[in-house]
Design a protein around this ligand. Structure first.
Ligand SMILES: [Zn+2]
Length: 368
């Protein structure tokens, strides 16, 4: 039976990875190694039976190579509301802590590196030991007093090493107001020989992300994407995303209140007009139709409705015309024209036409 994709559950097919096969035989003769690529999202997975203590035997893990330029914090600064960060900066798997230090200097909040070995070289960044495959459940406890804060979590070249990235993201999801930055190598684009300097294809990498599988991961883990970027050679081929735990709801739910608010504002404007003023309605929108219906008998103060699309000669007993009738001349300062649209472009067009035929009139368009 073919394995399924650990990110999207699509069908995965085995492919050859001669570099990893050869390297595996050198460090662990007889190693079983298989690489798969998902048909649906292009995600790659490397499976082997090499004991982790052989792969991670060095006490000092190697840092990621940003020699061609480090654009990570620039992306975070551009896309994250950093002035809202009132919790901690947590660089998870952050190695020497250079990204944590950039964030600390920009935001002025306490900065930590959570990693399996202390390689922190940045002053002012505190190291906290944690096994990112076995112990991420400890994070909520370690940061218990920051659960409701807006923290900045950063996972730079970490997620591709994890056995199951959903576990770590699940533990971060409980920090409902926090921002999460993730960067991984981009295997959704071709790599030239020049990309070998970054050592992206290696036995430490369990996951070979594409832009599609990284977005699938964060969205399936319950996060909302705030920004996304791909980075191409000569930089390291990489993909980065800024996300935050998703809250329920859909903006369509907001429009019930918006409808009542706009119709109410239009009705109030007509109802409160001084006695004796001539009132025109320009634009029979759904908002205006509701306002006129809600006004009841008071809507008889509206002399005419101008609308190009209504198609009938009256609405609730008020005359509807498609073009303004300016004979006798429109009523000067006595005339009140109430625009039915909230759409700024339509308001602009109607305002222009109204000023052309009745420059003295008061023009009212709802603004919020
Ligand atoms: Zn997949």
């Amino acid at each position: 039976m073919k394995p399924s994709c650990p990110i999207c559950h699509g069908q995965a097919n085995e492919v050859a990875n001669p570099f990893c096969i050869a390297h595996a035989q050198l460090i662990y003769p007889g190693a079983e190694l298989h690489q798969f690529i998902c048909e649906a999202c292009g995600h790659g997975v490397l499976r082997h039976d090499i004991p982790p203590e052989i792969l991670y035997s060095s006490a000092v893990a190697l840092p990621t190579d940003h020699s061609e330029g480090d654009l990570r914090f620039e992306f975070i600064r551009r896309n994250a509301p950093l002035n809202q960060v009132d919790g901690v900066i947590a660089d998870i798997g952050g190695g020497p802590g250079e990204l944590a230090d950039q964030a600390r200097r920009a935001i002025g909040r306490p900065a930590y590196v959570f990693d399996f070995v202390d390689r922190v070289a940045a002053e002012g960044v505190q190291f906290i030991p944690i096994d990112l495959n076995q112990e991420t459940w400890r994070l909520p406890g370690l940061l218990a007093d920051q659960r409701q804060a807006t923290n900045l979590f950063m996972l730079s070249h970490v997620v591709e090493h994890l056995a199951d990235p959903f576990v770590l993201l699940g533990d971060l999801h409980g920090f409902t107001n926090s921002l999460v930055y993730i960067e991984v190598p981009d295997f959704g684009a071709e790599h030239g020989l020049g990309s070998l300097k970054f050592s992206l294809n290696n036995l430490d990498h369990t996951h070979y992300f594409t832009d599609r599988s990284l977005l699938q991961l964060v969205q399936a883990a319950g996060f909302r994407v705030l920004a996304f970027e791909t980075q191409a050679p000569p930089y390291m081929p990489a993909i980065r995303v800024l996300c935050t735990p998703r809250r329920g709801g859909n903006a369509l739910g907001d429009y019930h209140a918006h409808f009542a608010a706009v119709a109410g504002r239009l009705a109030d404007k007509i109802r409160s007009a001084e006695r004796g003023r001539e009132i025109w309605v320009w634009g029979l929108s759904a908002f205006m139709a509701q306002a006129l219906a809600d006004l009841g008998p008071a809507r008889s103060r509206v002399r005419k409705i101008l609308d190009t699309r209504h198609g009938r000669s009256d609405y609730l007993g008020i005359e509807v015309i498609t073009e303004p009738d300016v004979s006798p001349p429109a009523g000067g300062a006595n005339l009140l024209i109430v625009c039915g649209s909230t759409y700024s472009t339509v308001q602009g067009v109607i305002r222009g036409k109204a000023q052309a035929i009745a420059p003295q009139a008061e023009f009212f368009a709802p603004r919020f």
